[in-house]
Design a protein around this ligand. Structure first.
Ligand SMILES: [Zn+2]
Length: 130
């Protein structure tokens, strides 16, 4: 599977394979799980994952853990390509999820300072010019 980036105003109800939908306004992204199980993965951007557009191909960091689906897939997406990570144990999954959650809460409590929004805005404007 090769993932391309598609910027959208709203996430579509039907998610195509090979596409990472990025909604800047709501800072959310969606893609189909790379294993082909059909599960739709939703990513929280900004304080969670970052999706970069590399000449149309998706570059996502950090790695994606599909812990809420039966496949428990774990993979990276680099310039559109899937790089498989090792499968986490139940214990590791719980630890990773807890870490993600506490990071999210910590950042939400700080209630996103204005300069971060400004930086985002500038980066976006910059990207459009390219
Ligand atoms: Zn899967």
């Amino acid at each position: 599977m090769t993932y391309r980036v598609k910027r959208v105003d709203r996430l579509p109800s039907v998610v195509d394979e090979n596409v990472v939908y990025v909604c800047d306004e709501y800072e959310i992204a969606a893609l189909k799980c790379a294993c082909g199980c059909g599960h739709t993965v939703t990513l929280l951007l900004d304080d969670g994952h970052q999706v970069r557009d590399v000449e149309g191909f998706a570059d996502i960091s950090p790695s994606i853990g599909v812990w809420d689906a039966a496949c428990k897939s774990h993979f990276w997406i680099r310039q559109g390509n899937v790089i498989w990570g090792r499968t986490f144990s139940e214990h590791e999954i719980r630890a990773a999820m807890g870490e993600q959650l506490s990071r999210h809460l910590e950042l939400t409590q700080l209630s996103r300072p204005w300069y971060k929004r400004l930086a985002n805005w500038i980066t976006r404007g910059f990207r459009r010019q390219n």
